[in-house]
Ligand binder design. Structure first.
Ligand code: SAH
Ligand code: SF4
Ligand code: F3S
Length: 470
């Protein structure tokens, strides 16, 4: 994939407000949690430049698409959205209103120039490593240039992106993401991430701790550390010693008021002893682990360049379960990787049977241009990929239901998050990341209460208070 940079922009050192303070930005986020986090950071950077967020595209002066390139469908969605936006831009222009269109995220990184060519209404294309330059890019665009900035910036974007003040953090809720690691050096043969997000970079401990403390000051009770390979995070402790993600979790668990920690997404190769110890020792670290395996056949795992066998994955799971017996496991799976036979697909089902997942995400293999997988000859026909996916999903769904059913009758800690569907109800998060409905007052959002699970629904559980209010 090419690295485009028609314009090299300087990082903004100063407040860029230029007097027109009441612009509105609509941000649409596709893809993974890292994009969700990035959208928040971009929104904060734009606020300094006078842009207020809006939920209504009609009133937006800027529409920003934060895009995902992981599968073909995800990337195509962007072009159809851009087609619709072009019409809206024209219509607004006819009314004398200007609307700018920006494309950020992984499609921007992977297809920068092509976006400008295919979508003439786009004003700004900006890659994930240069979000701190977004206000400056927009300024150039307002001067009439079409701006593309998909450099791998030398400067650290996080140092230049503002962190929101407490009231703004409070308005966003009691759970938050915090990116600690970006990029990927693993080069699985099906995956675009190493090309769209670049090589692995870890944020320093001090930056992460400072941001976590600000989030907690703003009322956040639960933080999910993010990274494309979050457990490849490494840094330096106060005495100059090497830290891995486990050490970072021990440090973050010391922050007063921070009730819960999670992290995602992990690679099996980077689950070191320290991280497993953290699961054993830290009550703050929730008993939930997303540990994608993709496939159950050793030959396919090798072809995918996952660099572990099915047996190694299973013995890792055993060690983790020994350290934290109540841990809920979740995974990602791909059906129909090139060359996958029926027998090899059966190995995936066998592995799933052995692990017993609480939650899972599964996809048909999608051929991504520029990845080694795309060059392989024996691509699996769509209908076979789809059949396999259906069988796999039926099994995974059954396991999720079994996991949820086994929760009925249990007394658990529930973090109350947001209003429920019914008045007088709130939705909370269980330690195992399930959504749970319970009767509670809105003023209790942010509290952790004891509840007893009474039943299961399609996407959530039901509970009643397990102790009288004090
Ligand atoms: N870093 C994580 C995965 C990040 S991508 C890991 O290594 O596990 C999220 C998920 O998207 C992957 O786990 C994989 O299941 C899926 N995925 C990635 N590329 C894909 C492709 N080309 N086709 C189908 N699914 C894909
Ligand atoms: Fe993609 Fe593999 Fe990196 Fe995960 S580890 S982001 S699947 S290349
Ligand atoms: Fe998609 Fe980029 Fe995330 S490709 S899954 S948005 S890292």
């Amino acid at each position: 994939m090419t690295q485009d940079s028609a314009l090299l922009l300087q990082a903004p050192e100063t407040d860029l407000r230029d007097g027109s303070n009441n612009r509105k930005v609509f941000i649409k986020t596709y893809g993974c949690q890292m994009n969700v986090y990035d959208s928040t950071r971009m929104s904060d950077a734009l606020a300094r430049d006078g842009y207020e967020p809006t939920e209504d595209m009609e009133e937006a002066d800027l529409v920003l698409l934060n895009t995902c390139h992981i599968r073909e469908k995800a990337a195509e969605k962007v072009y159809s959205a851009l087609g619709r936006l072009r019409e809206m831009k024209k219509r607004k222009a006819a009314d004398g209103r200007e609307m700018m269109i920006g494309v950020a995220g992984c499609v921007a990184q992977a297809e920068g120039e092509e976006i400008l060519r295919r979508a003439p209404a786009v004003d700004v294309v900006i890659g994930p490593q240069t979000y701190h330059r977004l206000p400056e890019a927009l300024r150039r665009a307002r001067e009439g240039h079409r701006v593309i900035d998909t450099e791998y910036a030398i400067e650290d974007k996080f140092e230049h992106l503002p962190i929101a003040e407490a009231p703004k953090i409070r308005a966003r809720g009691v759970t938050s993401f915090l990116t600690v690691q970006e990029g990927c050096d693993k080069f699985c043969t099906f995956c675009v991430v190493p090309y769209t997000r670049g090589s692995e970079v870890s944020r320093p401990v001090s930056q992460i701790v400072e941001e976590a403390m600000k989030l907690v000051d703003g009322g956040v009770r639960e933080i999910t550390l993010l990274g494309q390979n979050v457990n490849a995070w490494h840094g330096m402790g106060p005495k100059g010693e090497e830290w891995s993600l486990g050490d970072l979790l021990y440090r973050l668990a010391e922050i007063p008021g921070l009730a819960r920690l999670r992290y995602t997404t992990s690679h099996p190769r980077d689950m070191d002893d320290r991280l497993i110890e953290a699961h054993r020792d830290l009550r703050t670290l929730m008993p939930y682990l997303h540990l994608p395996v993709q496939a159950g056949s050793d030959r396919i795992l090798k072809a995918m360049n996952r660099r572990h066998t099915a047996a190694e994955y299973l013995s890792l799971i055993e060690r983790i379960r020994k350290a934290r017996p109540d841990i809920a496991l979740s995974g990602d799976f791909i059906t129909g990787f090139p060359g996958e036979t029926d027998r090899e697909f059966e190995d995936t089902l066998k592995l799933v049977e052995e692990v017993r997942y609480a939650q899972a995400f599964s996809f048909k293999y999608s051929t991504r241009p520029g990845t080694p997988g795309a060059e392989l000859k024996d691509q699996v026909p769509e209908n076979i990929k789809a059949e396999r996916l259906e069988r796999l999903q039926a099994l995974l769904l059954k396991q999720t239901q079994e996991f949820n059913d086994a929760c009925v009758g249990k007394e658990i800690d529930l973090l109350l998050e947001k209003p429920g569907r019914m008045p007088g109800q709130l939705i909370g998060r269980s330690p195992w990341l399930q959504s749970v409905n319970v009767d509670a007052k809105a003023s209790q959002i942010g509290d952790i209460i004891k509840v007893r699970i009474t039943g299961t629904g399609t996407n959530s559980l039901f509970a009643e208070r397990a102790e009288a209010e004090v």
